[in-house]
Design a protein around this ligand. Structure first.
Ligand SMILES: [Zn+2]
Length: 511
């Protein structure tokens, strides 16, 4: 009988979810955790807690692998609940850092912690944060990383960058928006001034690569159409030399597809071809959203092993469309799931995202077929882990893997009667049943509360930073309201164009 070391944890008496096992009625098993890893998963009573070990009673609980959100941004956490559904680019203009005066380091700390708590309490143990640090500041990067280290979540961090402005890339903006407003038209991130960007990306990586063992580094060229060929080549080179994953947004909405058709003619009007020409393609690369992919591009991605990160919750609220999930899954593209921004989705809830992932796919084709609930769970764990090459370390409950997991309460109505672990987790549960969360072998949520930081003190800090943010936001919204009619007109023109595919629920104008 294997014995637990002192300081180890034994999770005893629960059902243990296995992607490859019975996903309806997972068998009862015990899980032994030593240090940061699962050392054994065994039949009940076969693993023994040694002296000093903590035993977690998991009767009436199910142990699940922690979720990995493969697309998230920490920069707009404090705008949660501010917006109704708005066109993507208008929302970006009102919610993201380039439109705002520089924020205090305290505000950065607060928003990073609050976003991480939202994740942890819903069973998300790893997030890929594609953070806009704008304007760039070394202290800002350090503040965000320190907050992640403090709260105890695992983070795959990328700094989001571009070297072409939003105004230059979004179809019809220059024509529709009067010149006096051009200065105020900004998107997720804008070019940094007077900076050698490839050099900066390398310097930041080198300065922070060992910041904390739970934080790993990645690269975040925001969107290919806002990055020059030279910048993307530099990103591919950095990725190769340092083994770094690359995250980017591809075809989030129709305007981006149209921009590609018009501006990238030498690449067949395809962002996928453009990325491939720069070397940013393959298993180390992840394309968030991918709503307006063409059929031929889906085949290409299946062939070269590039990841696609589906973010259905934000795609609906930003009026972007419905991604071709069914086609991606059927053709064997590596799929992952992201929860995306707090001001667009508006919560870090993988349960919502998985339900939409399956549901929106279901209404795209009558014939039965995947993704099913168990596929959503796999995409939200192992699939998302694969985007950073971590699928052998996180995303499943196997001996040798990191102890990133959560326990759900099987007496919660979501799980009663207990018909199917996978289907009730994806279709019924909303996060309410998550009771205990562990990252790296450390309990970070217990009885639904984060244990690593003082939540009450964080709420006080939040109250202290909000007055200035509210004041600044009122000014941003007031200015944006003046531009809104012109942005809408640009969107109407985009809606009327043919980009070779249709991803809205509404009919195309010609139908
Ligand atoms: Zn995003």
């Amino acid at each position: 009988m294997p014995n637990a070391m002192s300081g180890s944890i034994l999770i005893q008496g629960g059902r243990v979810y296995d992607h490859d096992g019975d996903t309806d009625q997972p068998p009862y098993a015990d899980v032994l955790i030593e240090g940061d890893r699962i050392s054994a998963v065994g039949k009940p009573g076969t693993l023994e807690a040694g002296p000093g070990a903590r035993v977690i009673d998991a009767r009436e609980r199910m142990v699940m692998p922690g979720f990995v959100s493969a697309h998230y941004h920490s920069h707009d956490v404090l705008h949660r609940g501010v917006f109704e559904p708005e066109p993507l680019d208008y929302w970006l203009m009102t919610a993201t850092p380039p439109s705002y005066p520089p924020r205090s380091l305290e505000e950065l700390r607060v928003r990073t912690l609050l976003g991480a708590i939202d994740c942890l309490r819903g069973g998300i143990t790893t997030i890929q944060d594609m953070a806009t640090i704008y304007p760039y500041s070394e202290d800002a990067v350090k503040t965000v990383l320190d907050a992640y280290a403090e709260v105890g979540i695992r983070c795959i961090f990328a700094m989001q960058v571009v070297d072409i402005t939003g105004l230059d890339t979004i179809p019809f903006w220059k024509e529709c928006v009067p010149a006096q407003f051009h200065k105020g038209v900004k998107v997720t991130v804008e070019p940094f001034e007077n900076v050698d960007l490839p050099q900066l990306l390398e310097d930041v990586y080198k300065a922070h690569k060992d910041h904390h063992p739970r934080i790993s580094w990645s690269l975040g060229p925001s969107t290919p159409e806002r990055c020059t060929h030279g910048l993307l080549e530099a990103v591919a080179d950095l990725s190769r030399r340092h083994g770094l994953p690359v995250y980017t947004h591809v075809y989030e909405n129709k305007a981006i597809a149209l921009a590609a058709r018009w501006k990238l003619k030498q690449y067949g009007g395809s962002l996928v071809n453009y990325l491939a020409a720069t070397g940013v393609i393959g298993p180390r690369v992840s394309l968030a959203h991918s709503v307006w992919l063409l059929e031929s591009e889906i085949d290409e991605l299946a062939k070269n092993g590039t990841n696609v990160v589906l973010c259905p919750a934000s795609n609906m609220k930003s009026k972007s469309g419905v991604a071709p999930v069914r086609e991606l899954v059927e053709r064997g593209v590596a799929v992952a799931i992201g929860t995306d921004n707090c001001s667009c989705s508006d919560t870090q809830n993988m349960f919502h995202s998985m339900k939409l992932f399956v549901g929106l796919s279901a209404v795209s084709k009558l014939e039965p077929g995947p993704p099913y609930a168990k596929d959503a769970l796999r995409a939200a764990t192992l699939g998302s882990a694969r985007t950073a090459g971590k699928e052998k370390q996180i995303g499943a409950l196997k001996a040798g893997m990191k102890a990133d997991l959560f326990l759900v309460d099987l007496t919660d109505p979501s799980y009663l009667p207990f018909n199917s672990a996978a289907r009730q987790t994806v279709f019924a549960e909303c996060g309410r049943a998550v009771k205990l969360v562990m990252v790296d072998g450390r309990v970070v949520v217990e009885d639904g509360r984060v244990t690593t930081i003082d939540e009450a003190a964080l709420r006080e800090s939040l109250a202290a930073v909000m007055p200035q943010l509210r004041k600044d936001r009122a000014r941003v919204l007031e200015q944006a309201a003046k531009i809104y009619p012109y942005i809408l007109e640009a969107d109407r023109r985009v809606w009327a164009e043919d980009v070779g595919t249709h991803r809205y629920i509404g009919r195309p104008p010609s139908a």
